[in-house]
Design a protein around this ligand. Structure first.
Ligand code: SF4
Ligand code: FES
Length: 247
């Protein structure tokens, strides 16, 4: 990805055959806390396993967050060699000798790898992310398959609010009013849905420098999304809809 937001591809880094151990460097909020660990790779599959091993064998005070371990809750997002990823989903490749794990950028650090997601959630809330039925909810027909409406909605529906796109975006941060890629994607999904009553109002709410005009089109959000959503495409779609609403 060219431009102001660096999202390195670490797959080629530190590759040197199979390793019995891996050097893990972890950003600590206490400068006196240990920050580098040599971890036995047996039993390690994903980055979250490395963090659990450090907590169990080296430093029980290491702070990190997780819940589901199946890439569904969005709580374990960290930066691995600069790239926002889900720790529970990111495979520790056999040839990796070392990695650097840091908290997400653009958000206040609570402790070690734990960030305060309140700014991200506040921006998400700004676009009124709940479905607003345009009629009695039991009487609405489902959105038909194979329609442009479904084509816009389906690939962008499964956001787990992990914050990876927000952290990768050079324009979004706790100190910026920009809503960020996840909130705008949610606005697009709801605006696309003919059963939702907020369509035109959502497009208007997503306009301006705090919304779609604040995006510089770098596309790091789409590159890093661990669920394969296309926030950059969602923002482009909202721009088109501002001129010509979907219905
Ligand atoms: S759009 Fe993707 S990267 Fe952004 S919060 Fe949702 S799941 Fe995470
Ligand atoms: S622990 Fe739930 S997404 Fe990783």
């Amino acid at each position: 990805v060219a431009g102001e937001t660096a999202v390195p591809d670490r797959s080629a880094a530190s590759r040197d055959g199979n390793q019995a151990t891996i050097e893990v460097s972890v950003a600590r909020s206490d400068p006196g806390a240990p920050g580098t660990f040599t971890i036995d790779r047996s039993g390690v599959r994903v980055v979250l396993d490395l963090l659990a091993a450090i907590q169990e064998h080296d430093d029980p005070s290491l702070g990190f967050r997780y819940s589901c371990r199946i890439a569904a809750c969005g709580t374990c997002t960290v930066r691995v060699d600069g790239r926002p990823v889900l720790a529970c989903q990111t495979i520790v490749e056999p040839g990796w000798r070392s990695i650097r794990i840091e908290p997400l950028g653009g958000l206040p650090v609570v402790r070690d790898l734990i960030v305060d997601l309140a700014p991200f959630h506040e921006r998400w809330a700004r676009i009124a992310p709940a479905f607003m039925p345009s009629g009695p909810d039991s009487g609405q027909a489902p959105v038909a398959p194979e329609t442009p409406e479904r084509a816009a909605i389906d690939p962008n529906l499964d956001c787990i609010t992990c914050g990876a796109c927000y952290a990768a975006c050079g324009m979004a941060s706790a100190s910026s009013p920009f809503m960020g890629p996840a909130a705008l994607t949610r606005a697009m999904v709801l605006a696309a849905d003919s059963r939702d009553d907020g369509g035109v109002r959502r497009i208007a709410a997503a306009a301006g420098d705090e919304g779609i005009d604040g995006c510089h089109g770098i596309g790091a959000c789409t590159v890093v999304c661990p669920k394969g959503l296309d926030p950059a495409g969602s923002i482009r779609r909202l721009r088109r809809w501002r001129v010509r609403p979907p219905r």
